[in-house]
Every structure is written in C-alpha cells, then in structure tokens.
Design a protein around this ligand. Structure first.
Ligand code: SF4
Length: 266
C-alpha cells in the first residue's frame, strides 16, 4: 500500500492517541471547529498579510502608531471574514467579544516585539528595515523521500542565520515535547529541500514572547525517528491496530474529544 503523506499534526495526533488518529485520518471523520481553531486561523492570516502592507506613508517617526492601526483594522477585517464560522460555534456575544479582545491583545503584544527589532537598526529608513525584517511566509514543504508535508509560518534571515518560526495562540508558554517535535520536522523538511540546516527553530507565543531551540543533530534524528515510526504504525487500516490512549484529552471541563461518542458509546 502507498505510504500516507504525514504532517507534524498527524504525527503529534498519533502520539496523543492512536485511536483518534484512526478516526481522523483513516476513517476521515470530521472534527468540530472550536473557537481556538478559528481564532488561531484569524491571527495567522493577520500576521501573514501584515508584511504585504504599503510602507510609503510610514517612517521612523510614525511607525508605531501606523502599524498598530494596521493590525487593529486587519483583525477586524479577518474577524468579519470568519463571521459565519464564528457564529456557528454557538457562543454568546460576550464570549466572542472576549476572544476578539484577547486576540487583539496577542497581536499587539507580537507587534511590541517587532518594534524592538526595528529599534535594533540604526541609520536605515523604515522602508529598508521593514524589507529586511520581512520573512518568507506560509511556505509549503513536501518531501517525497520522507512522505511528510507541512507549512512553515515564517522563515527569517538574521545576518547569516536562518530561523524557522511558528505562531501559537496557546495559553501555555513552554516548549513542550510536541512543539519540539513539530519544529524538528520543519527543520528536517527545510534541510531536505535546501540541503542546508536552519540554525534555530522557534515559536512566537503570541501572548508572551518567542522561544527558540537550536537545530542540531539530536533534533533532526528525533524528527526522523518519529517519521519512520508513524509510517510503520499507520500502515494498517484495521481499528485493532490503533489502541485507545485514554487521558485528560478524552473529556475535560469545557468539552470532550470529537470522537468520544464513537469511542465509548458504540
Ligand atoms: S475519546 Fe480518548 S481514547 Fe477515544 S479517540 Fe478520543 S482521545 Fe482517544
């Protein structure tokens, strides 16, 4: 049988619960959208398009005000674009307002760290600095050798270093094992495509600040090993080969796993 193309999300999902992987990727059952998923998409779109702005009216005197206005207007625009999806979540207006304001706070927090980068330059115009700080965005990587694909949020060049970065709206501020693996897989995809290794990989924790890890042999070997094992573990189509891994992700105070009913009531 042809190997399935995996992604960091599918690999991480398998590690969380093989049965959940089975329902999502083998059977193809849909997952319910959640506010966290939808607002994550909105925040990603605002940040992706942020670097497309017209910088003609912006200079070193007015950039803070101008960029704040742009981010605020863009959040409003993309929030409206997702209006139907947001409404379909069935949240009361106050809850939606809360998530809107929280997302705004995260984006403005990210912008503060962007201002610090701008301030680290001297004797360049705003236009030149902005150009230097504009990363490659939403890059799709597909390796036929690894049978893995993924989208890297930003690829940044800092002097002679390459940093690959992911945005997270998560309330946690720790480089969990799942995040480490996700970054390792991105680094490996980058290495396969460009025949060079990125120097660092990191996460913009939008509520807090960025965190980085060094891309070294251990990280790349770890990613390679996990990719090898997912292909072996998911060769079967038989539910018996995908054991349930019960954990706090089955049922929690504000909800339950999308496949809980399939798992425990049928
Ligand atoms: S309910 Fe629990 S055991 Fe069942 S698929 Fe979801 S996470 Fe896995």
């Amino acid at each position: 049988m042809k190997k399935r193309v995996q992604s960091p999300s599918s690999i991480i999902l398998y590690r969380q619960c093989p049965r959940k992987y089975y329902y999502k990727y083998i059977v193809g059952l849909p997952e319910s959208p959640s506010i966290h998923l939808v607002r994550g998409k909105i925040a990603h779109e605002v940040l992706e398009h942020f670097f497309d702005i017209d910088t003609n009216d912006i200079n070193m005197q007015n950039y803070e005000l101008k960029l704040k206005e742009i981010v605020q207007n863009d959040l409003l625009k993309y929030w409206q674009k997702y209006d139907q999806q947001l409404k379909s979540l069935g949240l009361v207006d106050d809850k939606l307002k809360f998530y809107f304001q929280e997302t705004m706070m995260m984006l403005l927090n990210w912008l503060e760290s962007f201002f610090n980068k701008i301030k680290s330059f001297d004797s360049l115009s705003f236009k030149e600095i902005f150009k230097k700080l504009t990363p490659l965005r939403e890059q799709h990587f597909l390796s036929k050798e690894l049978n893995v694909q993924g989208f890297i949020d930003t690829i940044e060049q800092h002097d002679n270093e390459i940093h690959i970065m992911d945005y997270k709206t998560s309330s946690h501020f720790d480089m969990s094992e799942d995040y480490r693996l996700q970054l390792g897989i991105y680094a490996l995809l980058y290495q396969y495509k460009y025949k060079r290794t990125p120097h660092k990989a990191g996460i913009y924790f939008l509520r807090y600040k960025p965190k980085y890890i060094k891309v070294d042999k251990d990280l790349l070997n770890y990613a390679q090993m996990e990719i090898r094992s997912i292909h072996i573990n998911t060769a079967s189509q038989d539910i018996k080969d995908y054991p349930k891994k019960e954990s706090g992700l089955c049922k929690y105070s504000s909800g339950q796993c999308d496949f809980y009913d399939f798992c425990f009531k049928k």
